[in-house]
Structures are given as C-alpha cells and as structure tokens.
Design a protein around this ligand. Structure first.
Ligand SMILES: *Cc1c(COP(=O)(O)O)cnc(C)c1O
Length: 430
C-alpha cells in the first residue's frame, strides 16, 4: 500500500504492508516458502551483507511474507518498524537483548502473564540480568525501584489474567523522566483496543499466538518500535549507539535513526539468536489480523454480558473485568482502551480451589487449555496450571489466587456461554 490518505484501522488491518505479488499478480500475500534468495551479482550480495542495501538474504533474517506482517503490525501500532519472532516469549527476550547486559535490571509490573513472571524472575538470571517486581499502581514504588543499572520498564496494557489496566500515561512519564524505554506487552488488548505508543511506550511486544492470529493455530511474536527513543542521549544503550564490531563499526542509531531498533533486531537479534518466525505462521497471522476489529468487538461485547451475569451469580465471590462498573480500574478503560476492556477476566468462586477444578471439568463449550484469545471460549485454573511454578504470594499478586479461574471469552453466542457456565457452576456445587 502506498503512502496515501490516512486510512482507518479496519482498512489498515487488511491492506497495510501488502500489495499484489509483483511476480504473479496474486492478490493474497503469497507464502514465500524459501530459505534463500538469489543475489543479482557479487556487488549486490556485498551491499546486502554490509547493510548498505535492504533486501533478502536468508530467511532466518528476512522473508517477504514475514515482512508484510512486520509492516502491518508497525502500522496498526503506529510504530516506525517491527520485528517478528517465533513466540511472544521470544519477542520479550529480543526486546530486552539490545538494551541489557550482565548486571543490568528491568523494573516490571507484578501483574503479568505467568510465563513472563517465570521468564523474568528465573530464566533471565542466566544472562546476568534481573527484574524488580513492583505494584505499578504505586507510582512512587516504580520510581524508587529504578536505579543506575535499570535499562527498561515493562508492563502489560490489559494485564493477564486479572482484568487489570495499567495507567500507561503515568508509567511512561516515570520511564521518560529516568531516560528509560517503556516496553508494553499489548497481547491482551491488541492495537484495536489499545495503542501503547500513543501513551508514551517505546516498544510494544505481542504474543501473536493469541488474539492477533485469533484461532489458536500458531505461536508467534512481534516487537514494534515507536522509533521515538533517543538511544544516544546517554551511554546506557551501547548496542544501539556505539560502533558494532560485526558490521565494521557501524552505529545503528546514527545510521538508521528511528529504524535503529528494528534493524538491530533483524541484523543482530535474529541473525544471532535465531528466534525466527516461519512464513507459514506469518501467513496464518496475516489471515487472522484481517478480521481483528470484528472479533475484538464481539469478544468485548460477549465478555461484558458474561462477566455481568457471573457477577450476580450466588456461587461467585468476585469478577475482575475492567469493563464492569464494579472494577477499580473501570475509569481507566475510556482513556487506555477506549473501544473496550477485552475478552479476558478472572472469576473467584466462594467454593475455593475445589469448586474451580470442578467447574473447569464440567464445562462443555469452554475448553480447558493454556491459551487465550481464541475464537473459542477458553478457561483455565491458573493456580494449578500456568501459575503453578509461582509462590502463593506471587499468584495472588498476579491475580491468580487458588480460588480463581481465568476465562477467555470467545465470539460464540453469549447466551450459549452463559448456559454452559450455569450448568458448570451447578455441577461445581454453586
Ligand atoms: C501468551 C502470552 C505471552 C507469551 O507468548 P507465547 O506466544 O506463548 O510465547 C506473553 N505475554 C502475554 C500477555 C501472553 O498472553
């Protein structure tokens, strides 16, 4: 698509980044199932390897199908560029990789996807990195946690699993005052509901496995760079501001400006870490994104109905959905997620752990799976599954207490979902 008029989201989710195939006229983006690309001649090959010319070398770094998805995601998030990778967790490591080094830390929200809590509290220690977990509603605590070795601030827009919405504007101000990039995991909201860059985020990461693909067929991730962070303003980000020995002393920020992070992600991150998205997965994700806005509207509409019904059920202790008037974060919806609070929430049952397990086992339409953001409605008892590796204190902080189930509302008929929950709660002893 050319730089024409400023199109709306529904148009961009179909057209951004794609054009009829120049070789065949194929209207849909072809799956370029190829590992390598023939160089025009030796000079062309040298220019590509020196990053003097942009083009295709080898599919660990770049692939035309993946490139369309990168451009589409950058456009939908309002960023300068994007790098796709093999999963949401890969995107998190790839986002941190150019910023971090041994002894450096990140300041992160306690309210995160369970796998991210494990990645940040355990696995990144192997690289000599560490994370400080803070309640992101306590702005003074966030400020106080930042020290000389901090290299990024990390949170989720709509936090999984608890239906919590981060005040991105306030957190962005804190990161900005400290000269640090804010990284926002926008998986649960998608760019249709929330555009973190408009609230001051530097980088946006996604698990494309969830709502973006939307049908539970692939794992994929992406990092979108706003292109707005000044990597050379301090000496904190030498990978982007200092000469890179593997490219004859090229400085990424000086050379590529707002695309520095994107080029580094491809030319160093994908080249050496190899967490590449395959073109077939990119194809499925592109298919999913074409209907993103329609699905997200229905996810939100259904979630509001089901959460509202559950809240009044006698077996239910609490429903945490930011779309409900009763939510302490309800007033943030209009500002942070103006089109709706998403399709995810948690339900606490008066019957505790046992009732949760029985509910999960009794449902017929809801699938008991460790996934979210599918067209199908999904349920999981986080404390015995995704958040099992965490301490009880971490579980509670992450909104995954033992008496809580996480629900991802699909796009089926809301009445059918309510009927299934009604029989499930009755079976659970409600
Ligand atoms: C699923 C998920 C991830 C991890 O993504 P994968 O594609 O499973 O690696 C990260 N963050 C959030 C919010 C998620 O829901």
């Amino acid at each position: 698509m050319s730089d024409g008029p400023a199109y709306g989201f529904d148009t961009l989710q179909i057209h951004a980044g794609s054009r009829p195939d120049p070789a065949t006229g194929a209207r849909q983006t072809p799956v370029y199932q190829t590992t390598a690309y023939v160089f025009r001649d030796a000079d062309h090959a040298a220019a590509l390897f020196n990053l003097q010319e942009v083009g295709y070398i080898y599919s660990r770094l770049t692939n035309p199908t993946v490139a369309v998805l990168q451009e589409r995601m950058a456009t939908l998030e309002g960023g300068a560029g994007a790098v796709c990778c093999s999963s949401g967790h890969a995107a998190q490591i790839m986002a941190l990789f150019p910023l971090m080094g041994p002894g450096r830390n990140i300041v992160v929200s306690t309210r995160l996807y369970g796998g991210s809590v494990t990645q940040f509290s355990q696995t990144i220690k192997r690289f000599g990195w560490s994370a400080k977990f803070v309640d992101f509603d306590d702005f003074d605590a966030v400020r106080a946690a930042i020290d000389e070795d901090t290299r990024a601030v990390f949170c989720e827009s709509i936090a999984n699993p608890g239906g919590y919405i981060t005040d991105l504007d306030e957190i962005a101000k804190i990161a900005d005052a400290a000269g640090l990039p804010l990284i926002v995991d926008n998986t649960s909201a998608t760019p249709y509901l929330c555009r973190p860059i408009e609230h001051g985020a530097t980088l946006v990461v996604h698990s494309m496995t969830k709502f973006l693909t939307g049908n539970g067929t692939v794992t994929g991730g992406v990092i979108v760079d706003s292109g707005r962070f000044d990597w050379s303003a301090s000496d904190k980000f030498p990978s982007l501001s200092e000469p890179e020995p593997a490219y004859h002393g090229l400085r990424f920020h000086e050379t590529f400006g707002p695309l520095a992070f994107t080029f580094h992600g491809i030319a160093v991150g994908l080249r050496d870490l190899g967490m590449t998205l395959n073109p077939q997965a990119a194809h499925y994700t592109l298919m999913g994104i074409e209907t993103l806005s329609l699905r997200m509207q229905k996810h939100c509409e259904n979630a509001e109905k089901v959460a509202g019904w559950l809240e009044k059920h006698p077996a239910v202790k609490e429903v945490t959905y930011a779309g409900l008037e009763s939510s302490p974060w309800h007033d943030r919806v209009a500002r942070i997620c103006p089109k709706g609070a998403g399709g995810l929430f948690t339900v606490a049952l008066k019957g505790g752990y046992d009732a949760c397990v029985k509910l999960v086992d009794s449902l017929e339409l809801f699938s008991h799976v460790a996934n979210l953001g599918d067209t199908r409605s999904l349920i999981i008892h986080s404390a015995s599954t995704t958040h099992r590796q965490l301490t009880q204190e971490q579980q509670v902080a992450a909104g995954a207490s033992p008496d809580v189930v996480r629900i991802s509302i699909g796009i089926e008929d809301a009445d059918d979902l309510i009927a299934d929950l009604e029989q499930g709660l009755a079976a659970a002893g409600g």
